[in-house]
Design a protein around this ligand. Structure first.
Ligand code: THU
Length: 152
């Protein structure tokens, strides 16, 4: 089993939960709409209340109008009243074949930052149910700008 442990907080999330979220993300990958890049991405976002929202990338003929999988999941969750999150699983690859880890882009890191404590929120990059790496958002987005930065 190949696993990266960038963060000790892995202990805070049940491995069985992580495996089931990876399975959900793998299923979601089939719904990715990526006719322009051919790069399919899916995410599963765990909310603090235990609910899980999946998301996929949704591209557009006007390229910048497309949306990443992670932001699709966050926007689905927030639009359903969730604002507190524990972790996100991300899976992706060219032509939908998952052979490498798919790290979140900078914009998605910032969007996740809005709704979590960077030292506690986990970003899980998966290749399969058995192969995944765990990072805190703080590791992926250090010295970040968030709601508190704007003051009271
Ligand atoms: N993509 C994501 O969905 N998430 C990321 O964090 C990285 C990139 C998508 C956007 C685009 O549809 C495709 O992957 C190629 O960049």
């Amino acid at each position: 089993m190949e696993m990266g442990f960038g963060y000790d907080g892995i202990k805070a999330v049940d491995p069985a939960k992580i495996r089931s979220m990876i399975a959900m993300a793998k299923e979601q990958l089939a719904l990715a709409y990526a006719p322009y890049s051919g790069f399919y991405v899916a995410a599963a976002l765990l909310c603090r209340d235990g609910s899980i929202y999946t998301g996929c990338n949704v591209e557009n003929a006007s390229y910048p109008a497309g949306n990443c999988a992670e932001r699709t999941a966050v926007f689905k969750a927030v639009s359903e009243g969730r604002r507190e999150f524990s972790c996100i699983v991300i899976i992706g690859g060219d032509a939908g074949k998952v052979e490498t880890y798919c790290p979140p882009c900078g914009i998605c890191r910032q969007v996740l930052r809005e709704f979590c404590r960077p030292s506690e929120f986990l970003v899980i990059l998966a290749k399969s149910e058995e192969n995944y790496q765990v990072f805190s958002l703080e590791e992926l987005l250090p010295e970040s700008f968030g709601p508190e930065s704007l003051g009271e």
